[in-house]
Design a protein around this ligand. Structure first.
Ligand code: HEC
Ligand code: HEC
Ligand code: HEC
Ligand code: HEC
Ligand code: HEC
Length: 193
């Protein structure tokens, strides 16, 4: 009898663990980025600095993901021989078509966030919020919650607490935790509109 109970309990645990690991994969829809962009190649082969592509506008707002005109100067003609570069030129540079990048960190409409306050006044490093995104050699898949439309990076609490958490911290808990550590407290309306 006891053996049966143990078998049942461990079977149950296995099933739960399996579901816990598989669940996020079913829950999130995977979307491809338009171009296979490599931050690493641009740092190493073009010596590009973050600010060359991600800059503040004169009014202090953040330009975010660069538009095609930041790329065309170097890529009017192919600089190398990779298929990725050729595809990018044929599909976007030559026809002058903007790639529709998917932003992993994009917040819901009701969240107020300012880069200049964090980067310039708070001296927070890009990596503290975005993880190593700016040093990657290939783009990871963009995972989207099919119901809310939010990116997996920002939505709610991590679904699977063990091991499967995306790097970086873009959820409300991450914002609030860092503010607490720094002795900054904001009311709900400090972050929400
Ligand atoms: C040659 C231009 C270029 C340079 C230089 C560059 N980036 Fe990017 N960055 C991009 C493009 C294009 C994207 C959109 C594709 C993607 O998500 O990687 C991007 C996306 C990002 C994102 C993802 C934002 C999001 O939420 O989707 C982060 C973070 C980022 N860059 C940080 C950096 C950092 C840090 C550096 C310097 C170490 C840097 N980048 C240098 C072009 C550039
Ligand atoms: C300062 C010049 C420069 C700028 C600006 C630039 N690139 Fe590049 N890009 C390069 C160089 C150099 C390579 C490497 C070519 C080679 O040797 O294969 C490269 C490679 C690529 C590749 C091939 C990827 C790979 O893995 O090798 C893609 C795609 C690409 N760039 C897209 C972009 C996009 C999108 C932008 C604008 C956000 C951009 N580039 C801006 C210089 C630049
Ligand atoms: C305190 C956290 C934090 C820091 C530090 C930070 N970011 Fe962000 N970043 C965010 C958030 C949150 C968003 C989403 C903003 C939104 O939804 O309007 C974002 C969005 C972006 C985007 C995408 C914007 C778009 O067009 O959708 C890029 C690119 C980016 N950040 C690059 C950087 C770079 C480069 C640095 C360092 C110079 C940096 N970030 C520092 C939190 C941060
Ligand atoms: C790694 C630490 C850190 C993280 C993560 C962080 N913040 Fe902050 N935040 C700061 C610091 C430091 C300041 C104070 C900047 C200054 O000196 O004015 C600040 C200031 C602010 C302010 C007030 C300044 C302004 O923009 O008017 C708001 C609002 C804010 N953060 C929202 C957010 C949101 C939303 C997130 C999550 C998406 C976030 N923060 C994540 C460190 C952080
Ligand atoms: C430091 C910034 C910050 C503060 C303070 C803050 N929030 Fe948030 N909140 C966020 C961010 C960023 C998100 C989006 C990411 C997420 O869902 O985790 C969010 C998401 C939410 C959502 C889900 C919204 C949606 O569209 O799914 C609710 C509800 C919410 N907050 C309520 C509150 C309430 C109530 C308070 C005050 C007790 C509060 N928040 C304080 C940053 C903040």
């Amino acid at each position: 009898m006891i053996g049966g109970k143990i078998a049942f309990a461990s079977g149950m645990l296995l099933a739960l663990a399996g579901g816990w690991l598989a669940f996020p994969r079913i829950l999130y829809q995977t979307r491809q980025q338009p171009v296979n962009f490599s931050h690493k190649v641009h740092a190493e082969k073009a010596g590009a600095k973050c600010e060359d592509c991600h800059s503040f506008r004169d009014d202090g707002t953040y330009a975010g993901i660069p538009t095609l005109d930041k790329c065309s100067g170097c890529h009017t003609a192919a600089m190398g021989t990779t298929a990725e570069e050729k595809n990018f030129i044929d599909q976007y540079v030559t026809p002058n078509r903007e790639p529709q990048w998917l932003s992993y960190a994009q917040q819901p409409e009701n969240v107020y966030f300012s880069h200049i306050a964090h980067v310039k006044l708070g001296h927070v490093k890009c990596e503290q919020c975005h993880g190593n995104e700016g040093g990657t050699g290939a783009l990871r898949p963009y995972q989207q919650d099919p119901i809310s439309g939010y990116s997996r990076d920002i939505w709610g609490r991590p679904v699977a607490p063990v091991g499967l958490r995306n790097e970086g911290g873009m959820k409300m808990d991450d914002c609030v935790n860092c503010h607490r550590r720094q002795g900054l407290e904001y009311s709900c309306l400090g972050c929400h509109k």
